[in-house]
Design a protein around this ligand. Structure first.
Ligand code: NAP
Length: 331
């Protein structure tokens, strides 16, 4: 084991199918909202990263064994998609080497825009094909059924390989699943917020429906935007340097998570790993292979550690302890 916790860089890492598709990914992928370059609203959440740092984060993630990247149309109005493509090229990758997931943003749009804007997605991705195309949010001027028809057309046209949704409740997810089934296609995934401090999907029917229908849960904000690494607990001043929205959001949550961070710290020390790695490891193993996670990174060391979180196992007792503790804290 290395102290920086790449944890045996050449270790073989498990692959999981995304839903009932043929697409296989590692339990951890790389989230790339951080690559929005501070554009618009995104600048209130994430500081801008240089191309050099972005390229290094992607390269380190891939070297650490991560096999896929999640991006979106709306992240910096295409800047994240373009950054991902540039970084993959810089790492010597070609289309098909890495699984790419991106998203269509539905707000104030109809399903017709899914067909109209796919060309721009592919242009931004600069030769890298889209494996998983997701509806980013439930809000749209069209029905779920119309959106799924448009997505199915893209699969049939060979523009994307599989269809996912994001932030869908159980009912909408079931409707999306049924609409795609009528076209002979599976609904691959639902990307939702899920972590040790936010376990709502366990109670609102989303996780149960996903498991019943064979839909993979892609957990976003798996570190509660960095809080579960414990760094903001250890250094309360650190949040001051973070952009407005995240500073406000996280400040409110620090106090109520003190006991959980203490337990994560303790377990991390026993395994010789980092606090955040324990939080990620719990998340990707607590429901067998039903959940995969996409931590974001703004530093190369984050990419190294997050990929390393796939390379050790917590004991049943440790999993249970975290489960019990977090159940008392989560909304
Ligand atoms: P996250 O992954 O929980 O947190 C990412 C932040 O945590 C990083 O920017 C960094 O904060 C810190 N961090 C990450 N790894 C670390 C490490 N090893 N050590 C110390 N700090 C570390 O939250 P997220 O970025 O909101 O979610 C991840 C991805 O999910 C996004 O990139 C995006 O692709 C996706 N997402 C999707 C939706 C949706 O609606 N579908 C919504 C949100 C996110 P600092 O930069 O402050 O150092």
């Amino acid at each position: 084991m290395t102290q920086d916790t790449g944890i045996g860089a050449d270790q073989k890492i498990e692959r999981r199918k995304i839903g009932r598709t043929a697409i296989e990914v590692t339990p951890i992928g790389l989230g790339s909202w951080q690559f929005s370059q501070g554009q618009g609203f995104h600048g209130y959440v994430w500081s801008a990263l240089s191309d050099k740092v972005t390229d290094e984060i992607v390269r380190t993630s891939l070297e650490g064994g991560i096999s896929w990247i999640d991006t979106a149309e709306v992240y910096g109005k295409g800047r994240s998609e373009r950054g991902v493509a540039r970084a993959l090229k810089a790492a010597g990758k070609h289309s098909g080497d890495v699984v790419i997931a991106t998203k269509w943003f539905p707000m104030l749009r109809t399903a017709g825009s899914i067909r109209k804007t796919i060309g721009q997605r592919l242009l931004n991705l600069d030769g890298f094909s889209i494996d998983l195309y997701q509806i980013h949010q439930p809000w749209s001027l069209s029905t779920v059924e119309a959106e799924m028809e448009a997505m199915a057309d893209l699969v049939e046209a060979g523009k994307i390989r599989a269809v996912g949704v994001s932030n869908f409740d159980a009912d909408r997810m079931r409707r999306a699943h049924a609409a795609l089934a009528r076209r002979g296609l599976p609904l691959a995934s639902n990307q939702v917020k899920y972590n040790l401090l936010d376990r709502r999907i366990e109670r609102n029917g989303v996780l149960a429906a996903a498991r019943e229908l064979g839909i993979t849960i892609i957990a976003y904000s798996p570190l509660e935007m960095g809080l579960l690494t414990g760094k903001f607990h250890r250094d309360r001043g650190l949040l001051e340097s973070r952009p407005f929205f995240r500073r406000t959001f996280l400040t409110k949550r620090i106090q109520r998570s003190v006991s959980l961070i203490a337990a994560l710290d303790e377990i991390a020390a026993l395994h010789g790993v980092k606090t955040g790695q324990v939080a990620l490891n719990w998340l990707i193993n607590v429901h067998g292979d039903a959940v995969v996670a996409i931590p974001g990174a703004s530093k190369v060391e984050h990419a190294l550690q997050n990929s390393g979180s796939m390379k050790f196992r917590l004991s049943g007792e440790e999993m249970q302890r975290l489960d019990d503790l977090s159940s008392r804290l989560t909304p």
